[in-house]
Write a protein that binds this ligand. Structure first.
Ligand code: HEC
Length: 105
């Protein structure tokens, strides 16, 4: 009985900690998308409603709804006018990916 309670408690603590991390990561991704990403913030070129971004140089992300693999590949390799974001911290890149997929998928 006690063991069961402890397991339940541990699972509850674990999942709320995971949830808090996810939320923080998504918020961080939003900030980077809007103004922090180097060399240029995504918002300058892309439209994304949740971020209030209205860039028109690249495709509208609400319309193309890119999945994580597509975002990762494009950010690392760059595409046409879009620069590569390979020099960014991987954790920061993943935060942007979490954010964009969270608000578009
Ligand atoms: C200087 C402008 C610019 C910036 C900054 C920029 N992009 Fe792009 N992006 C583009 C353009 C232009 C394309 C289309 C390229 C083409 O089709 O040749 C594109 C394409 C994409 C695509 C679609 C790729 C595909 O498979 O068709 C995704 C996803 C994307 N960008 C995400 C991002 C994210 C996330 C960021 C920020 C980390 C970002 N972009 C920053 C201009 C930009």
């Amino acid at each position: 009985m006690i063991k069961h309670t402890l397991i339940t408690l541990a699972l509850t603590l674990f999942s709320s900690a995971t949830l808090a991390t996810d939320t923080a990561q998504i918020e961080h991704g939003k900030t980077l998308f809007s103004s922090g990403a180097q060399p240029i913030a995504c918002a300058v070129c892309h439209t994304l409603q949740d971020a209030g971004a209205t860039g028109e140089i690249g495709p509208n992300l609400n319309e193309i709804k890119p999945d994580a693999d597509r975002l990762r590949k494009t950010m690392i390799e760059g595409m046409g006018v879009m620069p590569s974001f390979a020099a960014m911290d991987e954790a920061d890149r993943e935060a942007i990916i979490s954010y964009v997929t969270h608000v578009t998928q």
